[in-house]
Design a protein around this ligand. Structure first.
Ligand code: DGJ
Length: 735
């Protein structure tokens, strides 16, 4: 069934009072519709975005009161309002006035349908295409624009948003993510009030630490997880962004999203084209979780690299040994994770550097040769050791960076980002520098780093691609003086070029996007990356909050989630391994510690957790999320579940977030099950001496979704094993 279709209907005057006729474009997905009016010679108008409309609804939309605003406002006549596009034409004219010249549809290789509304300035040879893409079966519509300069000279692009959406004024709430290093993905939910709400990033490289380029808008007041009309928006971009909502005196909250244009004026030469990144929009009347499910499904099927392939359970070496890498230690870790049932070992930072060995964080980036004093038998010995233990091997690199203390920088100081006539600002370790990916020569170097590793060691299964610096100076030694304002954008164009080449040459290697922890959780990079590192903070309690927020927009399969040591290396909190495992098992499970330091008892718990995770992995990694009780509501418990699309299998997570005596916790009502199916309950990762009262018992989906199960506040364990933590994972299998 083809869901997106273009309906070029002529509607008569009654429905659309301001116009005599309209050419209606109906961009519908299974449960949503975007209705546009694109009459040739007129303006492109948006009439509706929300639930799916049928032909009768569309015909009477005007009578009901359609949105009827410019679908992509440009800066021109009546410049008082915000515009999505603002340009200075070749002759200095700062106004633009476009009209529709044509509509076309095409189907791309992915089976997606693309509708393009072509517009041209009424006076200038300046073309603006507004594009909409839908995928069969997905409730996401992507929109982006491309502009082409056909004028006699250079046109300056001053603002070039990917998309605009007017949202009917009302009790609309904004859900957004904010945070910082080691505290990423925090959720903020606030009502929209008059004025401008802006979310932006200017890091240059890592765009998801302090804010995120994804939002949700709850249209029916305070956001609810499983009910309420909700719009989701995600800008698919790896660089600087700007999202803002202008609530003015009109009937609308005006939402804009795109590349952050600050200090990034783009000079478009005659004949050149500029394409914005896509903005993904979705709508659900099943609340915030409904929007998440739409994003997750679309992302896994069409955006995330290898989104339908199970991810391996891994041990990463960073918190276990930091820079203290050597062959016996690596081999020991390989053996230990294999013994616990893991499937992959990843050697993190510290394995490279010849003239300058990488022993701390102040040298060697760019010199990707093995430090043979640490690894006398090289990388191949570790690949072989992993293979001998029946697991795979992965490796850390930070290819976009160098240090002043490196052979690369000594030979090629011209490759780094720096402002003219000023010394380069140096980052991590007091010496880190960013390579200028706007420069095609640098693009070659970065490609070659990965290509050489993969060609020499085809057994490498996984790359952790790190990036631990922002763009610290606005200056490219490659770009011409008049195009310095292109740096932020051309860096990311270069990044995409490199990643395209890498994926063409090495389609099967799993690549993690890491950037000082969770600095690169965005849909802009995930077409090339299989997952992202969620945070450098592995504290299980804080992870509940961070992963809750991150799950708003990103599926569990992409969210690296590791069991780390206790006391935790960031918060120094002591958390029993059972709780740490129960949290990590709600994402892409891994370990981040030195197994040698674990007690046998903890190892046994982790071994069990890994075995259990293997059983539920398809549900977690490919299932639908239903968030039940938010940690941000401070009810003492947080809970969510994943359910298979067929609703025949589900996993329920319950984590106590605080402990007090005689605490009153809410009983958690489930969601997403089939009311008519009967589910058998099995507890996973069980540590209690006696099973729960409902262990092995059957309940209908209807009962579970109306009543839930009574979860005890504590675990029934030997007295000396009691702690202040409690958590449960229940598997619900349809009979
Ligand atoms: C930052 C990452 O987030 C960490 O996981 C680790 O890989 C270090 N870099 C290594 O330097």
């Amino acid at each position: 069934m083809k869901f997106c279709h273009i309906l070029l209907a002529t509607l008569l005057a009654s429905g659309f009072p301001t116009r005599l006729a309209a050419e209606i474009i109906d961009i519908s997905t299974p449960r949503t519709s975007l209705i546009l009016d694109a009459q040739k010679g007129g303006a492109l108008k948006i009439l509706h975005y929300g639930n799916r409309l049928n032909a009768a609804d569309i015909a009477t939309l005007g009578d009901a009161g359609a949105i009827n605003r410019d679908a992509y406002p440009v800066y021109g006549a009546y410049p008082q309002g915000e515009a999505a596009l603002s340009v200075t034409h070749a002759d200095g004219n700062m106004t633009t006035a476009v009209e529709v010249t044509g509509i076309s549809t095409s189907t791309d290789a992915d089976g997606a349908s693309v509708t393009t509304v072509a517009m041209r300035d009424k006076v200038y040879h300046f073309d603006l295409n507004v594009n909409y893409r839908t995928y069969p079966g997905e409730d996401v519509i992507e929109t982006w624009v491309d502009v082409r300069n056909g004028e006699k000279g250079t046109v300056k692009l001053n603002r070039f948003m990917s998309g605009y959406l007017p949202v009917r004024y009302g009790d609309v709430w904004l859900s957004q993510l904010y945070g910082s290093w080691a505290n990423e993905g925090k959720l903020s939910q606030t009502p929209l009030t008059h004025g401008v709400r802006m979310i932006k990033n200017k890091d240059g490289l890592r765009n998801s630490h302090t804010a995120h380029s994804e939002i949700m808008l709850s249209l029916d007041g305070k956001p609810l997880e499983n009910s309420g009309r909700t719009i989701g928006a995600a800008l698919e971009y790896s660089g600087n962004y700007k999202l803002f909502i202008d609530t003015d005196d009109s009937d609308f909250h005006h939402f804009f999203a795109g590349i952050n244009e600050e200090n990034s004026t783009y000079n478009l030469k005659k004949g050149e084209r500029f394409v914005t990144p896509p903005l993904a929009l979705t709508y659900s009347d099943e609340g915030l979780s409904g929007v998440s499910r739409n994003f997750h499904r679309w992302g896994r099927n069409h955006r995330l690299h290898a989104g339908n392939t199970e991810r391996k359970i891994l041990l990463n070496s960073w918190e276990g040994v930091y820079f203290n890498i050597n062959e016996p230690v690596m081999s020991g870790m390989i053996k230990d994770i294999a013994d616990m049932g893991g499937e992959l070992f990843v050697m993190d930072d510290g394995w490279f550097g010849d003239k300058y060995p990488r022993n701390v964080d102040n040298s060697s980036l760019g010199d990707w040769t093995v430090d043979t004093s640490k690894l006398p038998n090289g990388i191949q010995a570790l690949v072989d050791s992993a293979a001998a233990h029946g697991i795979k091997f992965g490796i850390w690199i930070e290819p976009e960076m160098t240090n002043t203390t490196s052979e690369l920088y000594e030979k090629h100081p011209e490759y780094i980002i720096k402002a003219a006539n000023r010394p380069a600002t140096q980052g991590r370790g007091g010496t880190q520098l960013v390579l200028d990916l706007a420069n095609p020569r640098v693009q070659d170097i970065v490609f070659t780093i990965v290509d050489t590793l993969m060609t020499r060691y085809p057994g490498i299964d996984y790359i952790k691609w790190d990036a631990n610096a922002p763009i610290m100076d606005h200056g490219s030694q490659y770009l011409t003086a008049d195009n310095q304002s292109h740096l932020y954008i051309d860096y990311h164009k270069g990044f995409a070029t490199v990643l395209d080449r890498i994926r063409k040459a090495h389609p099967d290697v799993t690549i993690q996007a890491c950037a000082s922890g969770g600095g690169r959780a965005n849909w802009g990079i995930l077409p090339w990356f299989d997952e992202f590192w969620t945070s450098d903070n592995n504290d299980a309690l804080q992870r509940i909050y961070m992963q809750w927020g991150t799950s708003y927009f990103f599926p569990a399969i992409a969210m690296g989630s590791h069991i780390s040591a206790s006391p935790n290396h960031q918060t120094f909190r002591r958390i029993p391994v059972k709780f740490r495992a129960d949290v990590a098992m709600s994402g892409r499970l891994g370990l981040e510690m030195q197994p040698r330091d674990m007690s046998d008892e903890d190892k046994a718990i982790v071994r069990q957790a890994i075995a259990d995770y293997k059983a539920i992995r398809p549900i977690v990694q490919f299932g639908d999320i239903y968030r039940l009780i938010s940690p941000y509501d401070h009810k003492g418990v947080a809970s969510l579940m994943y359910v298979t699309p067929e609703k025949d299998d589900a996993v329920f997570y319950w984590w106590k977030t605080e402990t007090f005596m005689n605490q009153q916790l809410p009983r958690v009502v489930m969601a997403g099950l089939d009311p008519d199916k009967t589910y058998r309950v099995t507890e996973l990762n069980r540590i209690d001496n006696t099973p729960l009262s409902f262990e092995g018992k059957c309940f209908t989906g209807k009962y579970l979704m109306a009543n839930g199960l009574e979860i005890p506040l504590t675990h029934k364990v030997d007295y000396h094993k009691n702690t202040d933590y409690a958590s449960r994972i229940l598997r619900l299998t349809a009979e």
